[in-house]
Design a protein around this ligand. Structure first.
Ligand code: ADP
Length: 331
């Protein structure tokens, strides 16, 4: 039997290059080797997305993004989290095995608390229970499909470790392998895609290169990348430039070493470096963008694909819940 790969993306904003190289592309590569289950984490999105129109359109944007990037819904079970009620039943069961202390240690929650403390606000101001219990829902997403590997960016590692801890508590209690222990699959070479300002590319930093930007916007965005004050003539170190780090994502080895030589030789300004990046990025993104636009022009077909995926996913999810209920004495 093939092993199972599972991952999800929250519909909380426009997809960017970091999402593509850090999450979507490695996940699609794993789908050649594993039985893949990929989904839109829309109930995770609800924690922050309170405008219904915006949430609905972002769900479709992310779904179309997966498909445009090459997800084949005949091979991958592709669905919306909200279409699988068993996930929420499992979440409730997992809550009973999750210590509050574990949640207190979650990075996202701790960050929110420290921001409040810095502003001398109430410790838990603006923090909803969806954010606090986020790792339990994510553990249920993963565990419900008996997932072996979870392809994610480095920032998600703690969540996978928490899923392992929670599943282990269940198994230890019932002295049997009720739930499968998942493993993270992190591609080191693209573990953190830098943004325009050199920090991790993230929508919360406003430093992203959108995946489906029209050609003109893509060029304009790349031209905004922060650079140092080195002159055109000065030799430049490609390894210290986020322009080159981004270029590496789009270029083959030969192109990379040719451009690295030009950086080191001097005589190439940051403007030219950005132009090279734009050319390589546009070459890679154009076909994805075209497919994306085609998918978004036929929403009923997109919704049908997701509904069909949910139909395939639910019996698998139900079997896990049944197994757990039986072990727990609630059958
Ligand atoms: P954002 O940081 O923009 O809010 P998300 O948290 O929604 O992005 O991330 C969705 C997926 O994309 C996650 O698996 C995450 O690890 C991955 N990801 C996001 N940004 C990056 C990045 N800059 N480099 C690598 N992977 C990333």
């Amino acid at each position: 039997m093939k092993k199972i790969s599972l991952t999800g993306i929250k519909p909380t904003g426009d997809l960017h290059i970091g999402n593509y190289f850090g999450a979507i592309k490695p996940a699609l590569e794993l789908a050649n080797e594993y039985d893949a289950r990929y989904f839109i984490a829309d109930y995770h999105g609800l924690n922050t997305m309170k405008d219904p129109n915006e949430l609905q359109s972002t769900i479709r944007h992310v779904a179309a993004g997966w498909l445009a990037s090459g997800l084949d819904p005949d091979k991958v079970i592709f669905y919306r989290q909200s279409s699988i009620p068993e996930v929420f039943e499992l979440t409730t069961m997992l809550m009973a095995f999750t210590s509050k202390g574990l949640m207190n240690r979650a990075h996202a929650y701790k960050d929110a608390v420290s921001k409040n403390n810095l502003k001398y606000e109430d410790t838990d101001a603006g923090i909803n229970m969806g954010l606090f219990t986020y790792p339990v829902l994510m553990a249920a997403d993963i565990i419900i499909f008996d997932s072996d590997v979870v392809p994610v960016g480095k920032d998600q590692l703690q969540h996978i470790e928490m899923a392992q801890d929670i599943a282990q508590s269940v198994n230890a209690n019932y002295k049997q392998q009720v739930l499968k222990i998942p493993q993270a699959a992190i591609q080191e070479s693209v573990a953190v895609v830098p943004g325009l300002d050199g920090r991790k590319m993230s929508k919360s930093y406003g430093n992203v290169i959108p995946l489906f930007a029209a050609e003109k916007t893509l060029r304009k965005t790349i031209m905004r990348i922060t650079t140092n004050s080195q002159t055109v003539d000065e030799p430049k170190n490609p390894d210290e430039s986020q322009i080159f780090q981004l270029y590496k994502l789009f270029a083959d080895d030969k192109e990379q070493s040719a451009l690295a030589d030009r950086y080191r030789a001097g005589g190439m300004g940051w403007g030219d470096a950005k132009e090279e990046l734009f050319r390589a990025a546009n070459r890679c993104i154009s076909p994805i963008r075209e497919r994306y636009n085609a998918i978004m022009s036929d929403i009923p077909s997109l919704d049908k694909i997701l509904a069909h995926g949910a139909e395939k996913a639910r019996p698998i999810a139900a079997a896990t819940v049944k197994r757990f209920r039986k072990a727990a004495g609630i059958d």
